[in-house]
Design a protein around this ligand. Structure first.
Ligand code: GLU
Length: 278
């Protein structure tokens, strides 16, 4: 078994992150497997070296150990671009020049209603024809969307997390209707969370993806991309989210639940385990 913890260094780790990291670590250890760390720093605007340093520090304080080397997404941009180039050459991607407002205007036509997918508004397809690759055109530095109707195939994944335990099948129709033409390359990143996470989990040989429930809906996208890119599909374990006293899920900006804050107040790693119910 190989598990991973894949935080983004865009803020302090809070109790929800501690829960994910400890679960993934303990699962691998109980199975005699490996626990790996990956720094998801493709968002160059929001990622900071000091948050990355704090991640290592907090995890070590929690008593977690991981097998080196740590993978960093910012070191892998050429790998993401190479995969995008292949998809582009196979006419699976198109250039999109819509702003968020264009998409909102096109999707809020009264007869259509607003359709939300796991990735936000379902793209109405405006640029599908105008953004198509012309013969011989190299991968552009632009927003690139996936032609979902060309990319989706029947696939399935196993989930072992409590809330959605079982085998889930995915149909192309469901991907086209409920997810649509997702962005695989953002202009500011040159890639996207979905593409990078799929390539990285495969490159690290992850067998069990342990992460929060909030990413369950994104899993159909990841599994569809795995099938398209001929990568194997890991088992997924989406755990329940740690909520604050008002039942609201914790966000990075809620510094109140930051591990660093508990540490500063004298909590022990055993207290953190207890707080997250482990
Ligand atoms: N980097 C993501 C986050 O910090 C997690 C991605 C994943 O576990 O797939 O929310």
């Amino acid at each position: 078994m190989i598990t991973r913890f894949a935080p983004s260094p865009t803020g302090p780790l809070h109790l929800g992150h501690a829960y994910s990291a400890i679960l993934a670590h303990d699962m691998a250890r109980a199975a005699g497997g490996r626990f790996l760390l990956r720094i998801e720093d493709i968002d160059r605007q929001r990622s900071r070296p000091e948050w990355e340093a704090q991640i290592y520090d907090d995890l070590a304080w929690l008593g977690l150990t991981w097998k080196e080397p740590v993978m960093r997404q910012s070191d892998r941009l050429n790998i993401y671009r190479q995969t995008l180039a292949e998809l582009w050459e196979n006419d699976l991607l198109y250039r999109c020049s819509c702003t968020r407002r264009d998409i909102e205007a096109a999707t809020s036509a009264p007869q259509e209603g607003v359709s939300l997918g796991p990735d936000g508004l379902i793209y109405p397809g405006t640029c599908r024809e105008s953004g198509a690759r012309t013969a011989g055109e190299p991968l552009p530095d632009a927003v690139l969307r996936l032609y979902m109707d060309r990319a989706a195939a029947h696939c399935s994944f196993d989930e072992i997390g409590e809330a959605h335990c079982g085998t889930h099948s995915i149909t192309p129709e469901q991907m086209i209707q409920n997810v649509g033409d997702i962005v695989l390359a953002r202009r500011d990143m040159g890639t996207s969370y979905h593409l990078s996470v799929v390539l990285d989990d495969a490159a690290q040989g992850i067998t069990h993806v342990v992460r929060g429930e909030d990413l369950f809906d994104a899993t159909q996208i990841h599994v569809t991309l795995q099938k398209l890119l001929k990568l194997s599909t890991p088992t997924y374990c989406h755990h329940n989210l740690i909520r604050d006293n008002n039942g609201k899920r914790l966000a990075k900006r809620d510094d109140a639940r930051a591990i660093a804050k508990y540490r500063a107040e004298g909590a022990t790693p055993a207290d953190i385990r207890r707080l997250v119910g482990l």
